[in-house]
Design a protein around this ligand. Structure first.
Ligand SMILES: [Zn+2]
Length: 300
């Protein structure tokens, strides 16, 4: 009996050790990524960019009931007067969405899932207008749809991406990074320090965040009179953002190695910005909070 207990204990210690060896490097990596954040005025400057964007729309590619709330897989489309569109995140194709729904069912009680069509299917002939794409981060639920996008679109779309997002990966981002790397997207240049811009997309800014993943990026869109901030998965719900609530040890410690000090800094920073009437912070997966902002869906 004593030997049996010793064997079980030994296995337990080995599993813990294996987990530590596996998890320590990605945690150390993400702890080291805390780029300077811009001040409010630097973000507001996007609102006065010449020939800036005229609208932002959302498009729902898939959603899943997770313990009573809708976990949405959204794409955001920024529109300019010349007809150009920039897509923030691309969601998944139908098979990818089904796989992800199954994963969510296993780890966090995800229920019934719905698929509404890829970005290409939903945009149809308007797809040609998409001249740029950016990702809030490289997790598969934000990037897997790149392949079907490219199949439908061909070349002609620029990728705007921070250096951290291109270079710093962990076990959760390598798959998405590879999809993006091998895709039809060609990397565009970025100028600036805290707020990175590209002349082809005036009024659009990228801000390196880290926190959720090493390459997590905030997309800021300055319309005349309104600033939209797309925070990706820094939090999973708007309520968690506003209430400064983290995701818990299992999520941030094991499943998705996060820099939790950084995600807390970001929650506080973003909540402060969100208190202004002319600024909205959008949380990628929170459909209810998105609808409450009044953002129109594409084609609406
Ligand atoms: Zn996500």
């Amino acid at each position: 009996m004593r030997l049996f207990v010793q064997i079980i204990l030994g296995i337990f210690v080995l599993v813990l050790l294996g987990l530590a060896i596996f998890l320590v490097p990605p945690h150390l990596q993400t702890q080291g990524i805390e780029p300077d954040l811009p001040n409010e005025q630097a973000l507001r400057d996007l609102m006065t960019a010449q020939d800036g964007p005229i609208a932002v729309h959302y498009l729902l590619t898939a959603s899943q009931d997770v313990r009573g709330r809708q976990l949405a897989h959204t794409t955001f489309l920024v529109e300019w007067a010349n007809g150009n569109l920039f897509a923030i995140d691309v969601g998944m194709d139908e098979a990818g969405a089904a796989d992800f729904a199954e994963l969510m069912a296993g780890i966090s009680g995800g229920g019934e899932a719905q698929f509404f069509g890829t970005l290409g299917e939903q945009l149809g002939s308007e797809l040609e207008r998409v001249k740029g794409i950016g990702f809030t981060h490289l997790h598969i639920d934000h990037t897997q749809g790149t392949t079907s996008f490219c199949d439908a679109r061909g070349t002609g779309t620029d990728l705007l991406q921070t250096n951290d997002q291109r270079d710093a990966h962990n076990f959760n981002t390598v798959e998405g990074a590879e999809i993006v790397e091998k895709s039809c997207l060609s990397r565009g240049t970025l100028d600036g320090r805290e707020v990175l811009t590209n002349d082809a997309f005036p009024g659009l800014g990228l801000i390196a965040l880290g926190g959720h993943t090493p390459g997590s990026t905030l997309f800021a869109v300055g319309l005349k009179g309104h600033l939209w901030l797309f925070s990706g998965d820094t939090t999973n719900t708007k309520a968690d953002l506003v209430n400064n609530k983290g995701k818990g040890f299992l999520y941030s410690g094991i499943f998705v190695p996060e820099n939790t000090g950084r995600t807390e800094d970001l929650r506080l920073w973003l909540t402060g910005l969100d208190t202004h009437d002319d600024i909205d912070v959008v949380v990628s997966h929170d459909l209810e909070a998105l609808l409450a902002t009044g953002m129109p869906s594409f084609g609406q």
